[in-house]
Design a protein around this ligand. Structure first.
Ligand code: SAM
Length: 233
C-alpha cells in the first residue's frame, strides 16, 4: 500500500469505514469497561473513532506503517498516542484492555505470529481481514491478458476462512469467527481502478493496463469478503 494522501482514503474508503463500525459493534466488548486500546494498522482511525464514542475516557494508541496515515492521525487525534511502526516487528511496551485491527491483517507477512504477539498484549484481540475471493470479478477481467499476480499480490493470496480458523485450533484459542460480505458498484473497471488508487492500492499505473481498463465499459461490482474475529485469552 502506498498512501499518497490519507485524506483521499478518509473520503473514499467507505467499505472500510462501515467494516470498522461493524467490527466495533459486533466484536468489541460491550459491557466491560475499557480503559486502554491499541488500534493496529489504524489508517485514518475509523476503528478508534467508533470506539471513542463508546469508551470516551480510554487511552488510545494508534499505529500504522504509513507516514501519511500517521500524520493524519496525529492531527485528528491529539489526545491519542500515535506510532509510526511496522506492527509485526514493533515491541509494544505494555498491555491493553483491547487490541483491535480493521482490514490490515491481510497485509501482514504472518497473521499467526501477529495473533500470538497481540495476545501477549491483551486478553481480548479483535480483528477483521479480507478473505480469498475478494475482488474476484475484478481479477477475472485480466484472465489471459495480464499477469495480475505481479501487481495485485497480496490480494491474490488472501487467506481462506479455514486457514485463519486453523490458527486458533493449533493454539487451542477460544475464537469467535464470522463472515460478512460488502459490495461496491462502479460504472466500469477503470472507475474501480481509480477507487483502488484512492484507497492506497497502487494498481498498474502503466498505460497497458489503463488501456485494458478503458476498453471495458461494463459496470463492475467489487466484492469484499471480510472475516471478523474475536479471540479471548
Ligand atoms: C485497508 S487499511 C485499513 C485502515 C484502517 N484500519 C481502517 O479501518 O480504515 C490497512 C492499513 O494497515 C496498514 N498496515 C499495513 N501493514 C502494516 C504493518 N505491518 N504495520 C502497521 N500497519 C500496517 C496500512 O498502512 C493501512 O493504513
Amino acid at each position: 500500500m502506498n498512501f499518497m494522501d490519507a485524506n483521499l482514503y478518509e473520503v473514499h474508503a467507505t467499505v472500510q469505514r462501515q467494516c470498522a463500525i461493524d467490527l466495533v459493534n459486533m466484536c468489541a466488548p460491550s459491557t466491560q469497561q475499557i480503559s486502554s486500546v491499541l488500534d493496529i494498522g489504524c489508517g485514518t482511525g475509523f476503528v478508534s473513532r467508533a470506539l471513542m464514542t463508546r469508551f470516551r475516557h480510554a487511552n488510545y494508541t494508534l499505529c500504522d506503517i504509513s507516514p501519511e496515515m500517521i500524520r493524519f492521525c496525529r492531527n485528528v487525534y491529539p489526545n491519542a498516542q500515535v506510532l509510526l511502526c511496522n506492527a509485526e516487528e514493533y515491541a509494544f511496551g505494555q498491555r491493553y484492555d483491547l487490541v483491535i485491527s480493521n482490514l490490515a491483517a491481510h497485509w501482514f507477512r504472518d497473521v499467526e505470529a501477529f495473533v500470538l504477539k497481540m495476545l501477549k498484549h491483551s486478553g481480548c484481540v479483535v480483528f477483521s481481514t479480507l478473505l480469498r475471493g475478494s475482488f474476484e470479478s475484478f481479477f477475472k477481467l485480466f484472465e489471459g491478458t495480464f499477469p495480475m499476480d505481479m501487481y495485485a499480490a497480496p490480494m491474490a493470496t488472501y487467506a481462506t476462512r479455514d486457514e485463519i480458523s486453523q490458527i486458533f485450533d493449533r493454539h487451542s484459542l477460544k475464537a469467535t469467527v464470522f463472515e460478512r460480505d460488502y459490495e461496491q458498484k462502479f460504472a466500469n473497471p477503470y472507475m474501480a481502478a481509480l477507487h483502488f488508487r484512492n484507497i492506497g492500492i497502487q494498481f498498474p499505473g502503466n498505460l497497458r493496463n489503463a488501456f485494458v481498463f478503458k476498453a471495458n465499459s461494463t459496470p463492475i461490482t467489487l466484492e469484499y469478503k471480510a472475516l471478523f474475529v474475536r479471540v479471548d485469552a
